[in-house]
Design a protein around this ligand. Structure first.
Ligand SMILES: Nc1ncnc2c1ncn2[C@@H]1O[C@H](COP(=O)(O)OP(=O)(O)OP(=O)(O)O)[C@@H](O)[C@H]1O
Ligand SMILES: [Mg+2]
Length: 338
């Protein structure tokens, strides 16, 4: 099969010095594109690098691929992850991963949490601030400190620093100011959950299944002081321990898996996703889902988890492609009559 890879490369955003330093944190390195291409070629496919923007348009029109392996995060705004899938749908080219609606919905943490909680699933209470203003105690509408102050639609911990956990109204306001000046709004203020943190790999469709549950634990800090911030992610080798399977009892493991699968289904995720979960009073709560999980062969959380669960990088990438292929075939067959 002729497979094109759609992606954004780190460095794309470097030309604008007015943007914050983590502007292209979500984007991929050439090593990741090479690794994915290597696996696809090893699987007998002919691979083309499509990139993003004008390039992808020109390359697809010039030599249309049969299938696209999509890891493009897109540019600007909360619908940015939908840009490539929308283009591919317009051209009837099948691709890996979720559709434009799910990618937009899940990038917007406020909307994703509303859908998840409408299914009776637990997620920390939050409020959304659309424009910059300094808050008074009453504005917190009963939310209790410590509070997590984060951008409503960023990923890869962009904008999330250790200081994002605010212990007082004054600290909340400091973070609100910082986020509006670096990223614009909206800003989400969410109750900080001080229990253990997990990320869950979910793969496949009808039914999806859990690839693994990984506990993310700081080497020295207790969970109530830990957040998987940008500083920590950039220094993960020194600061974090990844435990998969996690050292927890079976009943808790089942509840974490159930929440991840239920959130994946509620949000319409396809083929693969990574669901972030934290405990509060021993109960798993949904934080967010990443339907375009990082696939760096070295530091991608899903890749690390898969490796710990006995999956090679090759198997992970080819499995995503297989699930997407079967799903696309199923969609083609069921649309055939229309
Ligand atoms: N309400 C919360 N309570 C406790 N910790 C939180 C909360 N919200 C976020 N965090 C911490 O901040 C980290 C990053 O938050 P979140 O997953 O929302 O951001 P992200 O940038 O989308 O992450 P990703 O890198 O997975 O795309 C979480 O992994 C968690 O450690
Ligand atoms: Mg996350």
């Amino acid at each position: 099969m002729k497979i094109g890879i759609a992606y954004n490369l780190r460095g794309e955003a470097e030309t604008d010095p007015s943007l914050p330093a983590d502007t292209d944190e979500e984007f991929d390195s050439p090593e990741t594109i090479d690794a994915i291409a290597g696996v696809l070629e090893g699987g007998g496919h002919q691979v083309s690098r499509l990139g993003f923007g004008r390039e992808i348009l020109e390359r697809i029109l010039d030599d249309p691929p049969d299938f696209v392996f999509n890891i493009a995060e897109g540019h600007r705004g909360r619908s940015r992850e939908s840009q490539v899938p929308a283009l591919l749908e317009m051209l009837s080219i099948p691709y890996t991963g979720s559709d434009p609606l799910t990618l937009a919905l899940t990038l917007d943490k406020d909307l994703a949490k509303r859908v998840v909680s409408s299914r009776g699933l637990k997620t920390p209470r939050h409020l959304l601030l659309d424009s910059l203003r300094l808050l008074e105690n009453d504005d917190l509408r009963g939310l209790r400190c410590p509070l997590m102050v984060k951008p409503s639609y960023e990923g890869s911990s962009k904008g999330i620093l250790l200081a994002s956990r605010a212990g007082s109204l004054r600290e909340v306001n400091e973070q609100v100011r910082r986020l509006f000046s670096n990223y614009g709004g909206p800003v989400m203020i969410e109750e900080f959950l001080g229990g253990a943190e997990f990320t869950v790999g979910v793969i496949g469709n009808s039914p999806p299944r859990v690839l693994g549950v990984m506990m993310i634990r700081h080497r020295t800090l207790p969970p109530e002081d830990f957040l998987y911030s940008l500083e920590v992610k950039r220094d993960w080798e020194n600061q974090v321990e990844y435990l998969a399977p996690p050292p927890i009892d079976d009943s808790l493991l089942r509840r974490i898996e159930h929440l991840a699968l239920a959130a994946y289904t509620a949000l319409g995720c396809r083929d693969v996703s990574r669901v972030d979960i934290r405990l509060h009073d021993g109960e798993p709560h949904f934080l967010e889902v990443n339907p375009l999980p990082g696939l760096s062969p070295e530091y991608g959380d899903l890749v690390i988890m898969a490796r710990k669960m006995g999956w090679s990088y090759e198997r992970l990438v080819l499995d995503i492609l297989d699930h997407a292929g079967e799903r696309a075939e199923e969609e083609r067959r069921s649309a055939g009559g229309r």
